[in-house]
Write a protein that binds this ligand. Structure first.
Ligand SMILES: [Zn+2]
Length: 293
């Protein structure tokens, strides 16, 4: 692992490899591995690991979860859920330009499909997720190691990023910020971990302009996952983001923010417009926000 980039989640000092796991150079605390992945989580956040398992068990059963064996094809699979992700990936690659070995943290990476695509495009990727699940969490990313476009990974939370301050060129929250009841700790971590001039990207989160529609959709999703058996903070914190709040939170740490709205195609727009009309509420959009330090 690149120990110039990873850090102790408690004090943010450097780490070293030991037989028991990664050890903090200043406090001596050891972070053991779980299913082969270092668990870089502060003691007070360890409860999240059980919440993540509960969520993963429910998500594995959801029709929108990636199909088993589809890992190497993501996001290019025929699915109404994945097609927009393929579109936003193309826009992201345009926004970022050539990889040139720049470092990217993929925070809340799930199976790591985005890190794989960015590694393929020449970036050096560091993926974190709170779930080490072998189907829908970071445990599934082992399949990428044999492709020549592997990446480093660790179990970590969205609110404490185990990276040295100023270590990263790019930080991405891809479909992850909406698991946090309050996104500000993640935004502060992005600003801390990025180099001056670094870029923070927020994408594939459901964003509504209208607060009432955001709350309505959030309730529906929490009920659906709750029926599938998910318990704990990941399902309770799950919510659609309100554009005005998200933009204000980003501006709290980043002087410049831009919003891109990928063209998800006529079929996507038409079905969404029809559904919005029937439900008489605003359906979420999936913009890409680019915030610069
Ligand atoms: Zn430490």
């Amino acid at each position: 692992m690149d120990l110039e980039t990873w850090a102790c989640p408690t004090c943010l000092s450097g780490l070293e490899e030991t037989a028991e796991g990664l050890q903090c150079r200043s406090e001596g605390r050891v972070f053991p591995r779980r299913d082969g992945l270092p668990v870089l989580v502060r003691p007070e956040e360890e409860g999240l690991l059980a919440d993540a398992e509960s969520y993963a068990t429910a998500w594995r059963r959801d029709p929108l979860a990636p199909r088993r064996g589809s890992q190497l094809d993501l996001p290019h699979v025929p699915s109404r859920y994945w097609r927009p992700k393929a579109r936003s990936l193309a826009d992201l690659l345009n926004i970022l330009g050539p990889g040139n070995h720049r470092s990217v943290a993929d925070i809340g990476a799930g199976t790591g499909w985005l890190s794989y695509r960015l590694a393929e495009a020449g970036f050096r990727c560091f993926a974190t997720d709170i779930s080490s699940d072998h189907e829908v969490g970071l445990g599934a990313a082992a399949v990428y190691d044999s492709t020549g476009h592997g990446f480093e990974r660790a179990v970590a939370s969205l609110t404490r990023w185990p990276f040295r301050s100023g270590a990263l060129d790019v930080a991405i929250c891809n479909a992850s910020l909406h698991y946090l009841p309050d996104i500000r700790p993640a935004v502060v971590e992005a600003a801390r971990a990025l180099k001056p001039g670094g870029v923070f990207v927020v994408m594939n989160d459901p964003v509504n302009r209208d607060r009432r529609s955001a709350e309505h959709a959030s309730r529906d999703f929490r009920e659906r996952l709750g029926r599938a058996g998910a318990r704990g903070s990941l399902v309770e914190g799950h919510h659609h983001l309100v554009a005005g709040d998200l933009e204000a939170d980003l501006r709290g740490s980043f002087p410049r923010i831009r919003r891109h709205d990928p063209d998800y195609g006529f079929a996507f727009r038409a079905t969404r417009a029809l559904k919005a009309g029937l439900l008489r509420m605003e359906l979420a959009s999936f913009p890409i926000y680019v915030a610069e330090r």
